[in-house]
Design a protein around this ligand. Structure first.
Ligand code: GSN
Length: 229
C-alpha cells in the first residue's frame, strides 16, 4: 500500500469531485480506482467495502470512508481546513451547505430528461444569482477579509471556488454583479495547491458528458430520479 488515500468512483465529477478538490487543496496526493464496469462495483459490494452499497468511497488511514459529507469533514479536520473552534466550524458547515446545495443541482443536470434541461438550468442559475452568490458576496464585504471564515483559508473557500467555476461553465458572466466574488476567485485560484489542481493534467475531472452518464447508469443499474431545482 502506498499510504495515499484511494478514491473509488467513476471518471467524472459527481459526488467525488469536492473530495478531490479538498485533498488537492490540502496538498495531499491520492490514487483513484475508476469504476467503469458493473463487475468492479459488484466486487466492492462482495468485499463489504461499501457500507451503504454506495460510492463515493475513500480508503484512508485504515478506514473505508463513505458518505460524502463525512469524508469531507474528516479531510477538512485532519488538514486544518475546518476553522479554529466550534463556531467557525458551524459557519464553515453552513457555507459549505449552501455551496453543496447549489452544486448538487448542477450535478444532476446531465441526468435530466432533454426536454426539462433548459428549465432546470434556468432555475439553478436564478438561484445562484439571487440566493447563493449574494450571501457569499455579503460575507466578504461585511468582514473585509481574504477568506470566508476566521481570516483563515478553509474548506468553505475551496468549496466556494469549486461552485463558482461550475456555475461559470453554465453562465460565463455570472460574476459580473459580484465584484468581491470575482476577486475571491482570482485570489483562491492563486493558492499554489489549487493553482496546480487547476492546471491541465491534474486529477480534476471534466464536465460530465454522455459517456459519463452511461457509465454511471451501467455500473449502478439505476435511472436516477432527479430532484427538482
Ligand atoms: O452523500 C453520499 O455519499 C450518500 N448520501 C449518497 C451516495 C450516493 O447516492 N451514491 C450513488 C452514486 S453517486 N451519485 O449519486 C450510489 O452509489 N448509488 C447506488 C445506490 O444503490 O444508491
Amino acid at each position: 500500500m502506498s499510504g495515499k488515500p484511494k478514491l473509488y468512483y467513476f471518471y467524472g465529477r459527481g459526488r467525488m469531485e469536492s473530495i478531490r478538490w479538498l485533498l488537492a487543496a490540502a496538498g495531499v496526493e491520492f490514487e483513484e480506482e475508476i469504476l467503469e464496469t458493473r463487475k468492479q462495483y459488484e466486487a466492492l459490494l462482495r468485499d463489504g467495502a461499501l457500507l451503504f452499497q454506495q460510492v463515493p468511497m475513500v480508503e484512508m488511514d485504515g478506514m473505508k470512508l463513505v458518505q460524502t459529507k463525512a469524508i469531507l469533514q474528516y479531510i477538512a479536520a485532519k488538514y486544518n481546513l475546518y476553522g479554529k473552534d466550534l463556531k467557525e466550524r458551524a459557519l464553515i458547515d453552513m457555507y459549505v451547505g449552501g455551496t453543496s446545495d447549489l452544486m448538487e443541482m448542477i450535478m444532476w443536470y446531465p441526468f435530466i430528461d432533454p426536454e426539462q434541461k433548459e428549465g432546470h438550468l434556468n432555475k439553478v442559475l436564478e438561484k445562484a444569482k439571487n440566493r447563493y452568490f449574494p450571501v457569499y458576496e455579503k460575507i466578504l464585504r461585511d468582514h473585509g477579509e481574504k477568506y470566508l471564515v476566521g481570516n483563515l483559508f478553509s474548506w468553505a473557500d475551496v468549496h466556494l471556488l469549486e461552485a463558482i467555476l461550475m456555475v461559470e461553465e453554465k453562465s460565463a458572466d455570472i460574476l459580473t454583479t459580484f465584484p468581491l466574488l470575482k476577486a475571491f476567485k482570482t485570489r483562491i485560484s492563486e493558492i499554489p495547491t489549487i493553482k496546480a489542481f487547476l492546471q491541465p493534467g491534474s486529477q480534476r475531472k471534466p464536465a460530465p458528458d454522455e459517456k459519463y452518464v452511461q457509465t454511471v447508469r451501467t455500473v449502478l443499474q439505476t435511472y436516477h430520479k432527479v430532484p427538482s431545482a
